[in-house]
Design a protein around this ligand. Sequence first.
Ligand code: ATP
Ligand code: MG
Length: 446
Amino acid sequence: MRLSNFFLPVLKETPSEAEIISHQLMMRSGMISQSSSGIYSWLPLGLKVLKKIENIVRDEQNKAGVNEILMPTIQPADLWKESGRYDDYGKEMLRIQDRQEREMLYGPTNEEQVTDIFRRSIKSYKDLPTLLYHIQWKFRDELRPRFGVMRGREFLMKDAYSFDLDHDECKKSYYKFFISYLKTFRRMGLKAIPMAAETGPIGGDLSHEFVIISDTGESDIYFDKRILSEDSKIEDVAYDNDLEQVVQQYNNYYTASDEKFDQTEFDNNVAKDQQTKSKGIEVGHIFSFGTKYSEAMKANVLTSEGKQAYVHMGSYGIGISRLVGAIIESSHDTKGIIWPNVVSPFDIGLINLKSSDEKINNICDDIYSNLLNENVDVLYDDKKDNPGVKFSKMDLIGLPLQMIIGNKTIETNEVEIKYRKSGEVKYIKVENLPNFVQEIKKSSAI
Ligand code: ATP
Ligand code: MG
């Protein structure tokens, strides 16, 4: 992509309404544009990151054997009356009337909708477990939308649902999601701590929030510091292993979000010097809630003994749009964003320091087309701005690696390579560039 052709409306000033760094940087780097309170348009740079995160989440759900579906954003109120949540949900729910004056709503979550799909089609224990997910926009009329995409009113969520014959089977599904979440967040370069959590109005007994430590997080979290160094090689855990054992390794450490926290329990289970209290961002939440919805909505199956049984359910959310902000909170410096390679909007930023010079343009054009041929996603700054503007823009948008071409390249026949994260600079002969690109592709340095 040529920058001259890329819609990247960077801001010089930090917008005054942006209180936290991720919101400031997302606005400054032209990733999002506010539509109304808590509702944003995603501009090209932001959308690329959102899609990358979405695809990692999707890939990990598929690997865990969960089926992707797509449910609507607008749901009939009748389903929610069946579950009893139409009244309970209160003002957070956006209620709509269609032209026939039927009550509808913009989905804040999808337990009712998915239970309806399930009960229409699954009638026998032989078809269990059934695991379904979708990635869809949600609307919650939050009391205080703030921090940009971190607490939006409209936001993108991956929500999955499990249906099992009984509590034991349901636990197995729960563990599967637990492991898949650890794998997902690790792939994004995040250390997400599974925290024992309250199940709230949803009820039931298995619930964890996945939280990343951050000063700007809205949750208070308490945990045994040793969980941070727990490394059960989660990326290698296969789903046919004994997952309970792996989950147990994490559950051995005391963790609790503020609603569940108990000082005496904390003191009894964690040595004083390992006790940690911090702020955190909730990026995922899994819970199992038994037959709450299946009983209310009559989702039952035939058991092997020929009896009817209500299915045991769980639901499993990941805040995809919140993750964009959360990743920036955990990876930035004073110059701007530092994207982990796997979610970076481009792999490389190619900077032409003198686009009035034909020789330099030719070198850049060559490098640009070679990178494209190698399937490297490159943002080529071919604009006429001065070097200072170009450097600060490239640093702001945080691509992992920069290639800088200018007068020096003509004199020395060398390209300057700069790593955004470490600031390390090195020089590569123009003719050695193809080799260098092969190497960095192999080493996942981009
Ligand atoms: P929170 O406690 O932050 O309000 P929640 O517990 O209400 O979140 P869940 O119903 O568990 O949220 O939703 C699953 C995930 O969706 C959350 O873990 C979070 O990452 C994301 N999420 C929830 N609300 C929002 C929001 N207003 N804006 C962006 N992401 C959100
Ligand atoms: Mg939650």
